[in-house]
Design a protein around this ligand. Sequence first.
Ligand SMILES: NC(=O)c1ccc[n+]([C@@H]2O[C@H](COP(=O)([O-])OP(=O)(O)OC[C@H]3O[C@@H](n4cnc5c(N)ncnc54)[C@H](O)[C@@H]3O)[C@@H](O)[C@H]2O)c1
Length: 435
Amino acid sequence: MKIAIIGTGYVGLVVGTGFAESGHWVTCVDRDTERIDALRKGNVPIYEPGLEELIIRNIEEERLTFETDIGNAVADKLVIFLCVDTPKGEDGSPDTGSVFEAAEAIGKGLTGYGIVVVKSTCPIGTTEKVREVIGKATSHPFDVVANPEFLREGSAVDDFMRPDRIIVGCDDVRVVEIMRELYAPYLRTGKPFLTMGIRSAELSKYAVNSMLAARISLMNELANIAEAYEADISEIREALMSDSRLGSTYLFPGLGFGGACLAKDVIAAAHLARRRDVPCPVLEGITETNRRQQQNFVSRILAFYGDAISEKKVALWGASFKPRTDDLRGAPALYIIDALLEAGASVSVYDPVSTKKLAAIYGDRISLAPKMYTCLEGADGLAIATEWREFHYPDFERMGSMMREKVIFDGRNLFSPKSMAELGFRYFSIGRSST
Ligand SMILES: NC(=O)c1ccc[n+]([C@@H]2O[C@H](COP(=O)([O-])OP(=O)(O)OC[C@H]3O[C@@H](n4cnc5c(N)ncnc54)[C@H](O)[C@@H]3O)[C@@H](O)[C@H]2O)c1
């Protein structure tokens, strides 16, 4: 099939490359000309494991091309995926401006029948409105589909290739069959292809992310109770994980969720509820707990150093909102860095892949270390914000010899409090006793 992808960011690039990999002809569009120029040369603007190799292979096979003009891209395409960003708007509802702007350009660019698939996470009613906008811009026949995306950064390629399910919200059975054919190569292990009403499909994405975020916030609240009573949340986590009704994922206490999606989607779901006067105190509470979790972490660091904070150097390991991505959007690390800088501390940061993006945000206000150990030189403490694998078994002796004070604030519970005490570190983690 001939496919166009509108919006070549974390989602669009993975989805477009994924479809090209199964043999389709894909044109990815973005209004960011620098990004498209780089991609045409095979330079991948984001870090996502396994993606670069696939992009280069599919460019070479001439199945994957890049464009800046939506009109050029959608001409002659059967399926057009809308993957533009829908960031949080001022009132909490997602800003769908880019979706409608792109929809109009799609309408103007259609040269025959096309299926326009909304993959961006959008509030209920957006896909129907996309239909209206396109209808005003074209006289060609077209259909619309809501097809929310569930890939996770850090494992996006794998998630796209092996999804838990595909959701297709559509009111035309022939279109459903085309979508089924398109996704068939990725559902060979029997994972479900779920068809439903457009509005249910749109809400499904918010429902899934709200559930996941609720789990994280509840786990963080339980961790705080555990800590207050000198219990150990990692032991409690095992009790939870062994319960077949609960499962084992999304039960790590820590700095709360970050990233471009969970936070904005929970806020958007609460906004949807408020617009129809549906009381949703649980949904509202998820965000509040998440915010507090980051504040508590910073408060602990500031309380530890007191007024001396302005003479202290704090090292930070990990900046991206989770491992295996360079995405800094909504990353707890940024909140920590901002708070430390505001308190007058000097901050050095090490992250395996997001250094360039950090430099673009902070310039020379922080120092960026090329290695995890050099980051610790002369530091009065280490804060850990992202659980990159290389942080799990560090050389503690080397760490201690480089730091001015042996203090660790671990936002990801990587080490055992008992071992840290034996190694002579002051160690603060989440939901466990401090040493
Ligand atoms: N990032 C994720 O993990 C993830 C997962 C599932 C769903 N989503 C949803 O998918 C959507 C895209 O997310 P993302 O993280 O890929 O965003 P992103 O910011 O990485 O990418 C969006 C891209 O769209 C481009 N764009 C915006 N308007 C455009 C226009 N009118 N014409 C051409 N290009 C345009 C931007 O330049 C940008 O490169 C969002 O709705 C998001 O909520 C994201």
